[in-house]
Design a protein around this ligand. Structure first.
Ligand code: PMP
Length: 444
């Protein structure tokens, strides 16, 4: 482990805290994605973050490749965000009334994300997707929703069908507690298969309110759309009068300043956004075409509300970060260069040590699959050697590299990283790959 004197370590260890946590929190964690069940060992308790680094309560420093599961695209304690939060703290923490900052935030989001005419703030990605599909149903008067196997859209009852992220990691096929009648309104299809989508629409097109997808999946590990796939989804939904919902909770403001839709030049009807727009504070949003958004209360009959929606602290922090990203082509270029350096270095090390891996990467989002590849859908992602991934994860952690604790999550690079951080990560991986070979693990 990397002991670091900057860390404000206390006499409490992660191990002690975890034992304590299990007595008052289910599984000791407030979100299953934080549990280390799939990779072995116990979760690390973090004390603080600075730039690209995390510091745990045990006195170790890590290069952080989870970035709070996406939002910290500019790293921990980004100065403009901290300053905005400090100013807001002198004014209040919540008012339950409209504020000027919310208007500025909505205007900026609509300016940056091409398909948005209007946007409603909520408190999480889950709320955003739940509200977007209710709106799609209210707008079209239809009930069915198409989703893709391995995509995760938060823990909305009807969207937990064949979901990725923690649910795939724990090997739970569908969550208990969801009435059959709810999951029956969801049609799960294979990601990247135009045939499956065409067939489904040919049979039930008139009953489908919306297709929801992660335009680049991050929750079965990073899986890119085939060339032409998103265009086909757009045209099929349009043809049948169904709405296309891009869930950009992960890709929004990460793949470009206008998200995946700007990068791939596709106009969805609705878009969901999450963590990124709060710079790490709890927030989410959904938005889209004006005629659809006008169906939301108080303008229209689709009800959706929230006491803390547009919370001033979350909005202040998020707005500061979005302003730093707006028109900042250089940051996306830097993220891509760091990503390319990491991808190249890891592939070289894996080749030299004889471990077959597949790396899926787009900009600053990537996954190392312990699998010969290609990985273009959930079945392929799921054929990875997760034992090998677990050994990789634990080895990297011991070298001070904090990766997502699941084969079915994307790692994120932050703009606070330098080329040296990537070199250190590649060196660590080289030695971990060698250990994996010595221990006799093999990729599938
Ligand atoms: N959609 C996607 C694409 C996500 O990645 C996530 C969370 N990782 C969600 C929705 C749910 O967001 P939250 O955890 O904020 O509810």
């Amino acid at each position: 482990m990397h002991q670091d004197s900057d860390s404000n370590s206390s006499c409490k260890t992660s191990r002690d805290l975890f034992v304590r946590a299990t007595k008052s929190i289910p599984g000791g964690v407030n979100s299953p994605a934080r549990a280390f069940r799939a990779v072995g060992g116990n979760p690390i308790f973090i004390q603080s973050g600075k730039g690209p680094y995390l510091y745990d309560v045990d006195g170790n420093k890590y290069i952080d490749f989870i970035g709070a599961w996406g939002p910290l695209i500019l790293g921990h304690r980004y100065p403009a965000v901290i300053e905005a939060l400090e100013v807001m703290l002198t004014q209040g923490t919540s008012f339950g009334t409209p504020t000027e900052l919310e208007v500025e935030m909505a205007e900026l989001i609509c300016k940056m994300v091409p398909s948005l005419d209007s946007v409603r703030m909520v408190n999480s990605g889950t709320e955003a997707t739940m509200s977007a599909i209710r709106l799609a149903r209210g707008f079209t008067g239809r009930d069915l929703i198409v989703k893709f196997i391995g995509c995760y859209h938060g823990h909305v009852d009807s969207l937990l069908v064949k979901a990725g992220s923690g649910i795939a990691t724990l090997g739970i096929s569908d969550s208990a507690g969801v009435p059959k009648s709810f999951s029956e309104t969801t049609i799960p299809l294979q990601f990247n298969s135009i045939d499956a989508l065409e067939k489904c629409f040919a049979e039930q097109g008139e009953r489908i309110a919306a297709v929801i997808l992660e335009p680049v999946a991050g929750n079965m590990g990073c899986v890119l759309p085939h060339k032409g796939y998103l265009e086909a989804v757009r045209s099929i939904t349009h043809q049948h009068g169904s709405l296309l919902v891009f869930d950009e909770v992960m890709t929004g403001f990460r793949l470009s300043s206008g998200g995946a839709q700007k990068l791939f030049n596709i106009q969805p009807d609705l878009t969901t956004l999450g963590k990124v727009i709060g710079a790490g504070l709890p927030i989410g949003a959904y938005g889209g075409r004006r005629d659809i958004m006008e169906k939301v209360a108080p303008l229209g009959p689709v009800y959706q509300a929230g006491t803390l929606s547009g919370n001033p602290l979350a909005v202040a922090g998020g707005l500061a970060m979005l302003r730093s990203l707006n028109g900042n082509q250089a940051i996306y270029q830097q993220l891509d260069e760091l990503g390319a350096q990491l991808e190249k270095g890891l592939l070289k090390s894996a080749n030299e040590t004889g471990i077959p891996i597949t790396i899926n990467r787009i900009g600053s989002m990537m996954t190392v699959f312990f699998n010969k590849g290609p990985v273009t859908d959930f079945d392929q992602a799921n054929s990875s050697n997760t034992e090998c991934f677990g050994a990789f994860f634990r080895g990297m952690l011991n070298h001070g590299i904090y990766l997502p604790c699941s084969q079915f999550e994307a790692a994120f690079i932050s703009g606070a990283m330098q080329s040296e951080d990537i070199s250190q990560t590649v060196d660590a991986a080289h030695s971990v790959f060698q250990d994996i070979v010595k221990k006799g693990y093999t990729s599938n």
